[in-house]
Design a protein around this ligand. Structure first.
Ligand SMILES: Nc1ncnc2c1ncn2[C@@H]1O[C@H](COP(=O)(O)OP(=O)(O)OP(=O)(O)O)[C@@H](O)[C@H]1O
Length: 264
């Protein structure tokens, strides 16, 4: 694998019985890239991410994370990556800080470095005042934020996020965008999924569009916009289908406003 590649996926497929959920997906994501997997509900985003993170065995195909085959050397690959699922999986009887300390100990992060990072990310996601309360008392958005804090504290080489803005308030989504962009500038690679076009457009460098298990277009949003209406399988209808609704309007507006970037 070329040195600058952080994620390499070759001929990845997965079927459930006779249903082909993911069909021959090929991807190359460079180090430092903020890549977005955009597609409607049921397109195959979660299935692909689960195979890439070692949670779901591929039917066919090869996946390398930072040069390591996730299915041949899972422990080595998993040390280099973090994964935020669409539904946060947490320990409800731990407080937010206890959960983060657990992450810090599992991944053997130096104590001083850990404490500094923990307070920094809790503060950025406005959780400092609630971090000693039990996770079971948190809202969905707060659970999402504490999970994000856990991933950022680790500072992995590659970060996978499945629909990370679902449940976040506009300010939380903006904090996430700024952090991801700042960390990618410093070399982290991000692979995130969304079903909302504007989120992909506002947050990511490059976008892969998946529909019915197949990647149908890949490029910067500018490149994809140029293809809109010109290709046989017009992206126009799909773009309309993926456009955010009234519920996501405030979040998209917040992401669109350019202000000071959060530094790592
Ligand atoms: N365990 C399973 N058994 C059978 N079919 C499944 C299973 N898991 C997923 N599928 C099907 O595979 C397809 C892809 O699902 P997947 O969850 O990957 O889509 P998605 O793009 O993440 O969708 P969403 O945006 O709704 O989360 C869907 O049609 C889904 O019903």
């Amino acid at each position: 694998m070329e040195k600058s590649l952080s994620i390499k996926v070759r001929n990845l497929s997965k079927s459930y019985g006779s249903f082909h959920a993911v069909k021959n997906v090929n991807l190359e994501i460079k180090k430092g890239e903020l890549f977005c997997f955009l597609g409607p509900n049921g397109a195959g985003k979660t299935t692909t991410i689960k195979m890439m993170t070692g949670l779901l065995e591929p039917g066919i195909g090869e996946i390398e994370i930072a040069g390591t085959n996730i299915w041949k050397s899972p422990i080595e690959a998993k040390k280099k990556m973090a994964y935020i699922p669409d539904h946060p999986i947490l320990y409800p009887k731990l407080s937010g800080r206890e959960f983060l300390r657990f992450i810090g100990s599992v991944f053997q992060i130096d104590q001083d470095v850990f404490e500094e990072r923990m307070e920094k990310y809790l503060s950025l996601f406005e959780l400092s005042g609630r971090a000693d309360e039990l996770i079971e008392s948190y809202s969905h958005g707060m659970k999402q934020k504490i999970n994000l804090c856990g991933a950022f504290i680790r500072q992995p080489d590659v970060l996978f996020l499945d629909e990370p803005t679902v449940g976040l308030d506009p300010k939380g989504a903006k904090t996430l965008k700024n952090l991801l962009q700042s960390m990618c500038r410093q070399g982290m690679t991000v692979f995130m999924s969304t079903h909302i076009l504007e989120i992909a457009e506002q947050m990511c460098d490059r976008v892969g569009i998946i529909k019915n298990g197949e990647i149908i277009a890949i490029g910067t949003m500018e490149e994809l916009r140029q293809k809109e209406g010109k290709t046989q399988s017009s992206l126009e209808d799909l773009f309309l289908e993926l456009t955010g609704d009234a519920d996501t309007l405030h979040l998209i507006q917040e992401l669109t406003d350019d202000d000071e970037k959060v530094e790592k």
